[in-house]
Design a protein around this ligand. Structure first.
Ligand SMILES: Nc1ncnc2c1ncn2[C@@H]1O[C@H](COP(=O)(O)OP(=O)(O)OP(=O)(O)O)[C@@H](O)[C@H]1O
Ligand SMILES: [Mg+2]
Length: 363
């Protein structure tokens, strides 16, 4: 998301703070450890010498000396163990330091490239793509299609047909192995990743929520959003009533330290987040799979009424969700099987028509 810069910045600030505290702690602890060791050995040595002196003076017996020595050991060794434990803790901190380095090294370059205002025209020209670890098997093969600004386009296909891979290419998580993708006529690889991700905002198939309030999770996509913008977005995602049902409303914490949301509720938080971004292109990857058919219909209706300038790409395996799109692209095994409107594809007697029959029978 376009907020990632902001989040990374905050993460870095926290790390810096942690680094300073860690340094102070190290200085203090090394001082403490050396002085505590000297202290422990010095006291036990003094205690033993003094007891020996008392035995010599016949004030205590040899037996008492043995008992006293045992007692000293019982105190000194646990103290030593505590020191070891603390030093292990220090090592754990050092490991954390290495993990931090790893994080910083892997940061991707999102800044180089053109910054352009994207209207939302998309064109794929002979795009093929294979994942790194499966170089000989194309996840997408020779894909060509175009989408006009403001259109609603459905990408329909069975599981594993390459739908989500298409989304990853459109958000520049990966670039095509062959062929080109154009945004408003500009090759997408020339546009900075930051700019691409600001203008093309997806709802991921498995949305990620942070351990924050519902409101913060939604507002993540647009830091300038007002409360009324946020409310509107939740209404479009059919989430307003659910949130009002929570005791703390929008301030309800979610995730680890808060309420556990259902799959459908999570999907709707993610939809609200994407709607709030006001991006020119929005992609919904299987985003209504976990909600009931009535909610599905409600959300699809309000999405259709969204800003007419917004390009919407709906990824789905359900004919019902694809039906009303201006254009339906049918994917099969990484290739385009057919393209057309619902009526055209039904007449085509191809894969779409077959899926339509199967899915209609199921209802
Ligand atoms: N990160 C990855 N590394 C290697 N192969 C992958 C990766 N992600 C997906 N694939 C493979 O690429 C092909 C297309 O996967 P993709 O996720 O695009 O399918 P999909 O149409 O979104 O399926 P679904 O409807 O189940 O979400 C599949 O064969 C899949 O196994
Ligand atoms: Mg997928």
């Amino acid at each position: 998301y376009n907020e990632e810069i902001y989040e990374i910045k905050r993460f870095e600030d926290k790390l810096k703070d942690y680094e300073n505290k860690y340094k102070k702690w190290r200085i203090f602890s090394s001082f403490f450890f050396s002085s505590s060791d000297i202290f422990i050995f010095a006291t036990s040595a003094i205690a033993i010498i003094y007891s020996l002196y008392l035995v010599y003076k016949k004030e205590i017996t040899e037996g008492t000396l043995v008992v006293a020595y045992t007692f000293i050991n019982m105190i000194v060794w646990p103290l030593r163990d505590t020191a070891t434990m603390l030093s292990n803790l220090g090592q754990a901190f050092a490991s954390a330091d290495r993990i931090k380095k790893l994080f910083l090294e892997e940061e991707e370059d999102i800044n180089s490239g053109i910054e352009a205002k994207i209207n939302g025209d998309i064109e794929f020209k002979n795009v093929s793509f294979a994942y790194q670890d499966r170089k000989n098997q194309y996840a997408l093969k020779n894909i060509s299609f175009s989408i006009k600004k403001g259109q609603t386009v459905a990408i329909l296909g069975k599981t594993g047909s390459g739908k989500s891979t298409l989304l990853l290419l459109l958000t520049r998580l990966f670039d095509p192995s062959q062929g080109h993708i154009y945004l408003d006529g500009i090759d997408i690889t020339k546009i900075s990743k930051r700019c691409v991700r600001k203008n093309i905002v997806p709802v991921l198939q498995d949305p990620f929520l942070f351990s924050k309030s519902i409101k913060d999770n939604i507002a993540l996509s647009n830091e300038n959003a007002s409360d009324s913008d946020i409310y509107k977005a939740t209404k479009i995602a059919d989430l307003d009533k659910t949130i009002e049902g929570f005791e703390k409303g929008f301030d309800t914490p979610v995730g680890e330290k808060g309420v556990t949301l259902s799959g459908g509720q999570k999907q709707r938080v993610a939809i609200a987040r994407t709607v709030l971004s006001k991006a020119s292109v929005m992609i919904f990857d299987d985003s209504l799979s976990a909600v009931d058919s009535k909610t599905d219909l409600n959300i699809r209706k309000s999405l259709a009424n969204l800003d007419k300038r917004t390009t919407k790409i709906i990824i789905t395996s359900r004919i019902n969700s694809a039906k009303s799109a201006d254009k339906i692209i049918v994917l099969d095994k990484g290739q385009i099987e057919e393209i057309g409107t619902h009526e055209e594809l039904i007449k085509n007697n191809g894969l779409y028509e077959k899926l339509d029959k199967i899915q209609e029978r199921r209802q």
